[in-house]
Design a protein around this ligand. Structure first.
Ligand SMILES: Cc1cc2nc3c(=O)[nH]c(=O)nc-3n(C[C@H](O)[C@H](O)[C@H](O)COP(=O)(O)O)c2cc1C
Length: 193
């Protein structure tokens, strides 16, 4: 094969999809088909990676574990006493999300490889989010303190000696789509003669 083929896709559709992807904070309590999740992991697995280290790992969190993770989040948030009133309401609203994927990176002793592997895992996460966005499903890459908590590793069944959590990816059908402002393209794009 001497050409890249992509049936049924035109460049504008792809750019439109990329442009429409947003980090979503509020979700509907609506289930996502397992095939759609698997398709997104398949898309993630197409990411580039230097030296073919295949550094990404995707752990889909089941309902029981999700409840335990939510409990841990609640404890971490309530360091100054139990959450009450509006604070508790906001916390609960933000915990409504149908699915959680924990993305981790295989650990390397070589700092240069670690950096390149992190870049590759980031590409995989973006592929994952875009594949979901194609189905109208929103996501949020979170790197909150929870992602570094030892219990998060234990609950996700991730061995800290061989993998590092890169992010929690919350995903589901959006209840609210934010519209953050981006700097003008001229601020980030230049060219040389
Ligand atoms: C590495 C990384 C970590 C992030 N961590 C968080 C996070 O912990 N909490 C959060 O609300 N958003 C997080 N985000 C999402 C950003 O806040 C979001 O991408 C940014 O606001 C721009 O919005 P957009 O994704 O809709 O373009 C993270 C994004 C990246 C790339």
């Amino acid at each position: 094969m001497n050409e890249i083929t992509h049936p049924a896709l035109n460049a504008q559709t792809l750019v439109d999809l990329i442009t429409s992807r947003r980090t979503i904070h509020m979700y509907k309590d609506q289930a996502i088909a397992q095939e759609v999740i698997e398709e997104a992991v398949f898309a993630a697995h197409q990411a580039p990676n230097h030296k073919l280290t295949w550094p990404w790992r995707f752990t889909l969190i089941g309902p029981e574990t999700k409840a335990q993770i939510n409990e841990l989040a609640m404890k971490m948030k309530a360091t100054n006493g139990p959450l009450e009133g509006a604070q508790l309401e906001l916390f609960n609203q933000k915990r409504v999300y149908p699915q959680l994927m924990v993305v981790s990176q295989t650990v390397s002793a070589d700092p240069r490889q670690s950096k390149e592997d992190y870049a590759a895992v980031s590409c995989a996460i973006q592929n994952f989010s875009l594949a979901l966005a194609a189905h109208g499903i929103g996501s949020k890459w979170s790197t909150g303190s929870m992602t570094r908590h030892q219990l998060a590793y234990e609950l996700s069944e991730i061995d800290q000696s061989t993998e590092e959590i890169v992010g929690f990816i919350w995903f589901g059908y959006p209840a609210k789509v934010p519209s953050p402002k981006r700097p003008d393209l001229s601020e980030v794009f230049r060219s040389t003669p």
